[in-house]
Design a protein around this ligand. Structure first.
Ligand code: MTE
Ligand code: MO
Length: 278
């Protein structure tokens, strides 16, 4: 074992100890901060691990614990009994992917701080391998055509929320306007503050992939990505970029925020593609 990998192993062990003690602690936010500190320190040592397989394995081990962090954060935000695991009803049978459970509420998950934007602030740039570079405001998106889709939502931190009704414009319709070039195979979708994710063009252009401004009949709440978010219901939630600002078409797959940190490039919940190598 190299020094760096031993250091990472030691940091992960400490993080696991902190995590185990967490239920006894009264300040979940402090636990989260401490865990985040240890994991980011571990991440800083990754580059120094010479062996590529070992480096990937350790990156995965760190990413798993970062995913767990989100669960700590959910606990902070929803109070003492957050992830109320509702027993699946008959209608939920066959709709909850492996390793997932139903959540009663609608957890809020993101890195950084939600921006204070209104519909007037929407400015979506569609660029890269397109014939027409677009800069679209909310009214432009509505003009392209609003649709509704009711879909389940699955977060990699293991909660699923069924029957979300999203209102927005189909990404496919936006891409038509942009005249996507034939060489384009993938896209990177970016959002506030420095978030991004990679998607294959076919996934991005699926019929139920929307740029959404309403959820369950109400304007999309700021914490859930309002005034505009991407919704990719058939993939894990981290692909559904909140406060979306850019769709960039590319002729190759370029990793986004979580994918760089060990999450899967595709992220199909039915195949449990949580982390790279799954
Ligand atoms: N801009 C931005 N979008 C984001 C994230 C983020 O950190 N920043 N987190 C993603 C993750 S991991 C999930 S599960 C969903 C959560 O959406 P919700 O907060 O509406 O439940 O948002 C996704 N979109
Ligand atoms: Mo997530």
């Amino acid at each position: 074992m190299s020094d760096a990998s031993a250091t990472i192993a030691r940091l992960l062990k400490r993080a696991d100890d902190v995590r185990k003690a967490a239920p006894a602690r009264s300040q979940p936010a402090a636990v989260r901060d401490q865990l985040a500190g240890l994991l980011s320190e571990a991440r800083d040592h990754l580059d120094a691990v010479g062996d590529e397989d070992l480096r990937l394995e350790l990156a995965g081990a760190i990413a798993r614990r970062v995913a767990d962090l989100d669960a700590v954060e959910v606990a902070t935000m929803l109070g003492p009994s957050p992830e109320v695991a509702v027993a699946p009803t008959t209608s939920a049978v066959g709709r909850v992917p492996p390793g997932q459970h139903l959540t009663a509420g609608f957890p809020v998950l993101h890195v950084g701080r939600a921006p204070d934007w209104t519909r007037d602030d929407v400015r979506l740039v569609v660029t890269g391998l397109v014939g027409q570079r677009l800069v679209l405001g909310h009214a432009d998106l509505e003009e392209i055509g609003a649709v509704e889709r009711t879909r389940d939502f699955h977060c990699v931190t293991t909660w699923s929320r069924l029957d979300n009704t999203w209102t927005g414009v189909r990404v496919a319709d936006v891409l038509d306007r942009a005249e996507v070039r034939p060489e384009a195979t993938h896209a990177v979708v970016s959002g506030h503050p420095a978030y991004s994710t990679n998607l294959a063009l076919a996934d991005l252009a699926a019929d139920d992939v929307l740029l959404a401004w309403a959820h369950d009949g109400r304007p999309l709440a700021r914490e859930h990505g309002g005034p505009l978010r991407l919704v990719v219901p058939h993939l894990y939630g981290w692909k559904s970029v909140k406060w979306v600002t850019e769709l960039r078409l590319l002729d190759r797959d370029v990793r986004g925020y979580w994918e760089e940190r060990g999450y899967h490039d595709l992220g199909d919940p039915w195949r449990e593609q949580r982390f790279r190598g799954d």
